[in-house]
Design a protein around this ligand. Structure first.
Ligand SMILES: N[C@@H](CCC(=O)N[C@@H](CS)C(=O)NCC(=O)O)C(=O)O
Length: 213
């Protein structure tokens, strides 16, 4: 059987998928592309017309949502402690936080990045900064959920933590930490100290460095 192939750019949202694969012990082929692939690897558009990363190719399936890919990798071979199963306590919360991560939290972060970092010359910096504030306000739900909890769901580390945790990791790397509460910084520290995270990051970085030679 062929291995799933993950196309991604180092430290992009695809890190959710690389990290999930490491935590789940799923063997994937990791293909690191230069960012942004639509300009620097235009041949990628033939397999993913959206041009976005990540994309997982598994058999004839093509997936282009980082949180769905993370959940899929952790659950495709059967039940896993990384996933909350239907019927288990916190199943609803698991689904909710796994979707919340990209749709509600990462979304305003990327608008900030676009207007403040990548397309500064368009003069939309004020809108970008407004989205930064919106992002910080939206952290309230995760902040409240983690009061008295180490992880989001089921009293254990799950894919929901990977999906939400990536947004907090992105905050740090793009200068959006100012409005992130201390409790969420401590949560991020718990997540990023995991060996599975460290391995995923090292794997992506090795792929990125290989592009430089
Ligand atoms: N909702 C998708 C969004 C994917 C996405 O927009 N990825 C960004 C990188 S983090 C991207 O590919 N941007 C480059 C582009 O759109 O050209 C996910 O969670 O995977």
């Amino acid at each position: 059987m062929t291995r799933p192939v993950l196309y991604t750019c180092a430290r992009s949202r695809g890190l959710r998928a690389t990290w999930a694969a490491e935590e789940a012990g799923v063997d994937i082929d990791l293909k690191i592309l230069p960012f942004p692939p639509r300009y620097l690897a235009p041949e990628y558009l033939a397999i993913n017309p959206l041009g976005t990363v990540p994309m997982l190719a598994d058999g004839t399936s093509r997936m282009t949502e980082s949180c769905a890919i993370a959940h899929y990798l952790a659950s495709k071979d059967g039940p896993s402690p990384l996933v909350i199963a239907p019927g288990e306590a916190d199943y609803a919360e698991y689904c909710d936080f796994t979707y919340h991560a990209d749709a509600t939290i990462t979304f305003p972060q990327t608008v900030y990045m676009r207007f403040v970092m990548f397309e500064k010359d368009k003069g939309l910096g004020d809108a970008g900064h407004a989205y930064a504030k919106w992002y910080w306000k939206r952290l309230i739900k995760v902040e409240q959920r983690l009061e008295g909890r180490e992880f989001l769901c089921g009293d254990r580390f799950t894919i929901a933590d990977i999906c939400v945790g990536y947004a907090l990791i992105l905050s740090q790397s793009v200068g959006l930490d100012e409005g992130v509460p201390e409790s969420l910084k401590a949560y991020r520290e718990r997540l990023t100290s995991r060996p599975g995270y460290q391995r995923a990051l090292a794997r992506e970085e090795a792929g990125r460095k290989a592009l430089e030679v």
